[in-house]
Design a binder for this molecule. Sequence first.
Ligand SMILES: *[C@@H]1O[C@H](CO)[C@@H](O)[C@H](O)[C@H]1NC(C)=O
Ligand SMILES: *[C@@H]1O[C@H](CO)[C@@H](O)[C@H](O)[C@H]1NC(C)=O
Ligand SMILES: *[C@@H]1O[C@H](CO)[C@@H](O)[C@H](O)[C@H]1NC(C)=O
Ligand SMILES: *[C@@H]1O[C@H](CO)[C@@H](O)[C@H](O)[C@H]1NC(C)=O
Ligand SMILES: *[C@@H]1O[C@H](CO)[C@@H](O)[C@H](O)[C@H]1NC(C)=O
Ligand SMILES: *[C@@H]1O[C@H](CO)[C@@H](O)[C@H](O)[C@H]1NC(C)=O
Length: 482
Amino acid sequence: MKALKGLVLIGIAISGALTASVPGVNYTEQPMDTGVTREYWLELTDMIVAPDGVPRRAMAVNGSIPGPTLFADWGDTLKVHVTNKLTTSLNGTSIHFHGIRQNYTSSADGVTSITQCPLAVGQSTTYTWKALQYGSTWYHSHFGLQAWEGVFGGIIINGPATANYDEDLGVTFLNDWDHETADAMYPAAQHGAPTLDNGLINGTNVYGADGSSSQTGSRFNVRFQAGTSYRLRLVNAAIDTHFKFSIDDHTIKVIASDLVPIQPYETTVLNIGMGQRYDIIITADQARKAENFWMRAIPQVACSLNSNPDNIKGIVYYGRRPRTPSTIGYDFVDSCDDETDIIVPYISKVVSPAKWNKLEVATGAANSAGLFRWLLNSTTMVVDWRKPTLQAVIDDNVNYAAQEAIIELDEANKWVYFMLETTFPAAHPIHLHEGFALQFIERKSEIAATVSRSEEERLNKICKGWDKFQNALGIVQDDSGV
Ligand SMILES: *[C@@H]1O[C@H](CO)[C@@H](O)[C@H](O)[C@H]1NC(C)=O
Ligand SMILES: *[C@@H]1O[C@H](CO)[C@@H](O)[C@H](O)[C@H]1NC(C)=O
Ligand SMILES: *[C@@H]1O[C@H](CO)[C@@H](O)[C@H](O)[C@H]1NC(C)=O
Ligand SMILES: *[C@@H]1O[C@H](CO)[C@@H](O)[C@H](O)[C@H]1NC(C)=O
Ligand SMILES: *[C@@H]1O[C@H](CO)[C@@H](O)[C@H](O)[C@H]1NC(C)=O
Ligand SMILES: *[C@@H]1O[C@H](CO)[C@@H](O)[C@H](O)[C@H]1NC(C)=O
């Protein structure tokens, strides 16, 4: 791995003036309301899956990986009913709606230890939130390593787009994949990241070389009609892989990034880091060149190792059925780069000068037990499953432990700049508002009032159920809790 001195600049929007005036796309301030409520029922089960032909244990939503896509229109209210039927693994759960703005609905964010206790086996709960953004994202479990055992699916919120296209092909997940479960690999992984066996494109791939009789599984493929333009909604749902995505000979037009509509730009190889989403448009304009083209998700060695780096591929075909392509991939330089430098949001925000700055040093080190931990501002994050931070805020119990890694932002309507600096030789994406390393509490004094009585009761019920479950089974929390 090469040494890297990364500097990540993040602006946390508490409020900001908007400049551009583009009717219909002003999602940041416009209180869209269709009056429509959409309900979804999701059931989590343990199962055996073989997405690349090799069977292993996994956890899935409604029996599939990826789980069902949640569709909504901009301004709809979603009610997502979740039932934990993980009766074999006896795992708790929570479902997080990644990147979704929870405007006065923070209790529906679905992050264990932060906004709720884990949902015990046999229990159900309902998350209610309004789609105030539009575009593509995903939901996933926020309990232990469960998201990477298969508990995730897409979210599509219909709304305006910054470029036209003919057909919507839906979400397309990029995953890394191993023949052992993430939970089974966890003990060894705490001494260093393992080399994963394979990767998946929208939940499927082959394992073994083309032409070999021992090849198992099947490739993801998609049929193109010459002259048609297609929207794909890419999501990198990997546990430890930065991908470069491309379709041989085709150009990618990028129109949105992480639920932010952007000025369209074109590229041939798209960087997509863990948790990121890109909405792209591909025009089927290469029919004269060949009938079959490789779609490639290439793991970047600079970030992590994979045993099958050249064979995480799907097929784009113009003919009647897919055949093994003979096209050549675009050149690229292996790296964990981000698209950030190229991205220009469609609706810009004017950010006022910094209110305050602090230097947060991100690093990684072995703890006293010799196990690897990430540290931010000298602490790794550990929050008790049974004491979610939101509950502490509602109860006005402010004695946070240092390991809760809380940063309080109490002043309203101010921009706050955070600079995270690392000299640690590994690129690492930082995801705000939750995650392993830090959490922000904005305007604590106003939070309690935003949680309705019925939501408080819902959260209490989850905690009661979990408390009983954890005690009865003697479950020991052995991770951050998030
Ligand atoms: C967005 O909508 C808000 C509220 O309607 C308005 O104040 C603001 O000027 C709008 N911004 C843009 C970019 O249209
Ligand atoms: C967020 O919620 C507040 C309080 O209900 C409301 O006034 C505001 O319009 C909402 N924002 C959007 C974008 O809907
Ligand atoms: C998921 O499964 C449940 C239970 O079988 C079913 O009621 C529901 O309709 C399914 N949801 C989706 C989105 O397919
Ligand atoms: C979740 O299930 C996995 C797979 O059975 C198991 O290894 C892990 O210990 C469970 N985690 C918890 C916290 O129950
Ligand atoms: C990927 O899988 C999801 C869930 O099954 C599905 O909704 C979506 O259409 C698939 N994407 C493509 C491009 O086929
Ligand atoms: C970093 O940790 C120090 C010592 O615990 C603390 O004083 C400081 O406020 C922390 N930084 C932030 C941004 O919270």
